[in-house]
Design a binder for this molecule. Structure first.
Ligand code: TTP
Ligand code: MG
Ligand code: MG
Length: 399
């Protein structure tokens, strides 16, 4: 039998908001959110725990947030500052292990199974990390410690904010048995309500079904569900994270009324996507092009096609197809590519056959409107972004 691993999942508490409060101590104790303007259909990127008491959360419209809490202070994101803090935090992680899998600016898995620090005590390592983050970055970070990634991630959320939660190998069974299924990674709203209909509320309910039944109900996810319900997750901490897609999205402050207006926006989105693709390191081949449309009533659709390039004509076609599914005003447009990682040798062997050669970089989930304007003033000045036309540009680097 393989020796049990020691995985730490670290996640900063209300990350962007913590940085803002740190830098503006007069905000301490007040409800604050970081996000776009309520007047321009901005959304909340995050909010501090004081604001959460009003039911405010990430991705909520800023206008709704303000309604729930009239005293809410909304601060524009300063991505540069968050990236700097993120680099400092990741520097702290690297003092304890080389096996780090960054998930986002504020979050990472660490495998400390073979760490020599604190005689290999994951709990003491985690406490040291928390103390160093507090000391060097002046924000709090919560940690979960468990024998695998799935449990460590759940554990880091267990005692948030500023919390620690440990699931030792001999506690795994009891912990998982009582775990509500909605805590399982991959169980979203739809799956959770299907499970509810089937009378499955906890992992112990899931365990009553065998693999075949789980596959019948949940398709290819069935086998993983079976493993998770028994606390099994053998995924290694991957230091070399492979990106599977790059995309860009824009929420418009006024709805785009028709297809023609959507197509007019295409070049501006393409410019942003091209910039992101250029910046990536590593070797990838484009496998698919895709678009996303969110209509004014929040109904959303995505369309994709097999492709090894980023051709405008293809995106136009996809937009036409997507738009025809709703034929109503559009709130958000997005486009992107799905990627196939190439290893070095394969890449060198190909020249003209690979139409796009792009690379990988650290995760960067959002880009502020300010950043967008400074990066691409020429293109966007035409569209008068400062008049609130393109209120929020979200860059999604999905993996
Ligand atoms: P999270 O770690 O998901 O959230 P958080 O750190 O703000 O709060 P928690 O204490 O619950 O961990 O995300 C990290 C940052 O990523 C967050 O501070 C802002 C940004 N973010 C967005 O921009 N949009 C989103 O929808 C989410 C969830 C996060
Ligand atoms: Mg966080
Ligand atoms: Mg996080």
């Amino acid at each position: 039998m393989q020796p049990s691993r020691k995985i730490i999942h670290c996640d900063c508490d209300c990350f962007y908001a913590s940085i803002e409060v740190r830098d503006n101590p007069h905000l301490l104790g007040k409800p604050i959110a970081v996000g776009g303007s309520p007047n321009h259909r901005g959304v909340v990127a995050t909010c501090n725990y004081e604001a959460r008491e009003f039911g405010i959360h990430s991705a909520m419209a800023s206008a709704t947030a303000r309604k729930r809490c009239p005293d809410l202070i909304i601060i524009r994101p300063d991505m540069e500052k968050y990236r700097e803090a993120s680099a400092q935090i990741h520097e702290v992680f690297s003092r304890y292990t080389e096996l780090i899998e960054p998930l986002s600016l504020d979050e990472a898995y660490l495998d400390v199974s073979d760490s020599k620090h604190f005689e290999g005590s994951a709990t003491l390592i985690a406490e040291a990390i928390r103390a160093e983050v507090k000391e060097n970055v002046n924000i709090t970070i919560s940690v979960g410690i468990a024998p695998n990634k799935f449990l460590a991630k759940i554990a880091s959320d267990w005692n948030k904010p500023d919390g620690v939660f440990v699931v030792t190998p001999d506690q795994v069974d009891a912990f998982v048995t009582a775990l509500p299924v909605k805590k399982l990674h991959g169980v979203g709203k739809v799956t959770a309500s299907k499970m509810k209909r089937l009378g499955i509320n906890t992992c112990s309910d899931l365990r009553k079904l065998d693999k075949t039944q789980l596959t019948n109900y949940f398709g290819s996810f069935g086998e993983r569900l079976n493993n998770l319900s028994h606390g099994i997750d053998n995924r290694p901490v991957k230091t070399d994270r492979i990106r599977k897609s790059v995309s860009i999205e824009n929420t418009y402050s006024s709805d785009l009324p028709n297809l023609e207006r959507c197509l007019e926006e295409l070049p501006y989105l393409e410019i942003q996507l091209a910039k992101r693709l250029k910046k990536l390191k590593g070797k990838y081949e484009i496998r698919k092009q895709f678009i996303k449309i969110k209509f004014h009533d929040f109904v959303q659709t995505t369309v994709e096609m097999v492709s090894n390039q980023t051709g405008t004509d293809n995106y136009s076609k996809l937009f036409c197809q997507g738009f025809s599914r709703g034929n109503k005003p559009v709130r958000l447009l997005g486009l992107g590519v799905r990627l196939l990682p190439l290893n070095e040798e394969k890449f060198i062997g190909k020249t003209s056959a690979v139409s796009e050669k792009i690379s990988r970089s650290s995760a960067r989930p959002t880009i502020s409107r300010e950043e967008l304007t400074s990066q691409n003033k020429a293109a966007f000045s035409k569209k008068n972004i400062d008049n609130g036309k393109a209120d929020q540009l979200k860059l999604a680097l999905d993996s």
